[in-house]
Design a protein around this ligand. Sequence first.
Ligand code: ZN
Length: 467
Amino acid sequence: MDKNEKIAAWMESHRGEMIEDLKTLCRIPSYSGPAAEGAPYGEGPKKAMEAAMDMCRSYGFAVTDHGDRVMTADMGPETPQLDMLAHLDVVGPGDGWDTDPFEPVEKPDGYIYGRGVADDKGGAVAALYAMRCVKELGLPLSGRCRLILGTDEENGSSDVAWYYERVKPAPHTFTPDSNFPVCNAEKGFYRLRFKKAWAAETALPRVAELHGGFRVNVVPGQAYAVIAGMEKDALLAAAVPLAAEIGAAAKVEDTDGGVKLTVEAKGCHAAEPETGNNANTALIRVLAGLPLAECESTKAIHELDKVLPHGDYYGRALGIAQADDVTGRLTCSFTQIDFTAAGLSGLCDCRVPVCANEENCKAVADRTMGALGYETEGAMVPPHWTPAEGAFIRTLNACYEAYSGREGGCYAMGGGTYVHDVPGGVAFGVVMPGEDVRMHGANERIKVDDLVTAAELFAHAVGAICE
Ligand SMILES: [Zn+2]
């Protein structure tokens, strides 16, 4: 058997173990929680990290705990050559699952379902199995290959910030936390927070309360409002057609202080707003069509419907729409809103192309919102770009082409990947192009065959880069 056949045979014979290890990690609800002693991101992320450390130790890797935030597993000589960077934390389950999000299941359609199977425990396990394969086949290494597993990617990546303050990155880093082939350019971030207050109101009917969104980087699939002074049947009759017009569903129920109106649309990642149907903006659109009293809360509904209208993915109404050839269009997702009797606060997750700067983005949004009486805040984070011509990217693409049978290349994206601040870092896999893994949404999934293919081509990449 030549090397290629050996790697393929090893992967095939370890497929079952790989899926079992993935399931073990996915059974741990590792979304962030309150910090505790020895668990800066909460109990879930810490448990996932401990499980991964045990796993890596059992396969004979040198394992290190970095401040309860990040773990590393090493193989090969001391000289750093390649870092593979993945994360063990996940976003919360959200609504709409067909199965238990934390009891992963393989279905006859060839997919495994569960929170984190794709983002990013699947990537972590594929990278781990690439290392296991290289180690167990005894392939020669002249430099160190390190698997870095963090636990705070979904909430700002303070874990790797902490790590990279203490440890230098290897000459090459990839993160299997995106799509194949190679993501070498990432947009920057702009998180726009805004708020407005008003005196408690008595006019009827009015919006007494409104809530939508659970994470800054997740477009919610559900949002609700409580309307005071309106009959349930009248509200239902008005809301259902308004919601249907924009592809959403509305339901109503009696609750304390009025009638609760819930709008169901489709959640998605904030960086890809076109793939979902934002429940926040959908709910505001529905409310704007109701016969509400003239008062401050109603005024706010109409303002939001005007500056952050449903279906405006690019910040056009806000005045910040722009694009360039490297990173494409600016996207703007209205991901969180909390609206009470005395005011509202909201949050938009904007991904900004290379051409965006403080003047043509932040200052414009501040002015648009300011003119309507909103207070704003939020800083911009610059974009990340690794030129496509280097040997590292060529090697990754060659492995990808040879073992996936697909065409390689580079692309840019809106999601800040885990290597946003790692010089020369790229995202590579773990999701095959065209696959909808429902990242951050309900029924997250990944094709088992794809995961095995990814592990196989990662093994080749490790071999080629650390040889
Ligand atoms: Zn991720």
